[in-house]
Ligand binder design. Structure first.
Ligand SMILES: [Zn+2]
Length: 180
């Protein structure tokens, strides 16, 4: 039995949402941004950030480009944020979308910056990654599809998740408030 056209289009749309976008499109994605007070807004539809490879190369360092746009991984214990404990927020290095808060950071002992949850589930997309003979869940910036790292189910409470990040995918924004 064939799918009705409406279902086929819906299916196609869902399938496309899970893939990086390289062509020029006017697709939108629902994420949470920060308001002027630095508080997360309600989920809202914003345009997907799309740039050419040449534009990304111009905006990023070679290491940032290799990790975020080429699914690279930095060596453990080498990234600038693996032992970084200052209060603040970690945003996408490519598009500035708020991704993780320092309050959710923990020492996983892996040598990569690790968090038990993102600032908002909407802001981090996931995709199955079967490269290198492993079955992993890749995490990406929901707005620009920058490769961030992977998420594993061996994290601490309260989520039990370990978002394993590359420092090169992140830019740190200090909170300016004293740590509690
Ligand atoms: Zn981004």
């Amino acid at each position: 039995m064939f799918m009705k056209p409406a279902f086929a289009i819906l299916f196609l749309a869902i399938a496309c949402l899970g893939l990086p976008v390289n062509g020029g499109t006017n697709m939108t994605v629902t994420v949470r941004l920060l308001n002027e007070q630095g508080v997360l807004t309600a989920p809202q539809a914003v345009p997907v950030v799309v740039r050419t490879e040449a534009e990304w190369k111009q905006r990023l360092t070679p290491e940032q480009y290799r990790v975020t746009r080429r699914q690279g991984t930095e060596p453990p214990f080498c990234g600038v944020f693996h032992d970084h404990k200052k209060p603040g927020r970690y945003d996408c290095v490519c598009c500035g979308l708020p991704l993780f808060d320092a309050s959710a950071k923990f020492d996983s002992g892996t040598g990569w910056p690790s968090f038990f949850q993102p600032v908002a589930p909407e802001n981090v997309a996931t995709r199955t990654d079967q490269s290198h003979g492993m079955d992993r869940t890749e995490i990406l910036c929901a707005r620009c599809h920058a490769h961030l790292g992977h998420v594993f189910e061996d994290g601490p409470k309260p989520t039990g998740l370990r978002y394993c990040l590359n420092s090169a995918s992140l830019v740190f924004v200090p909170s300016g408030k004293p740590a509690k």
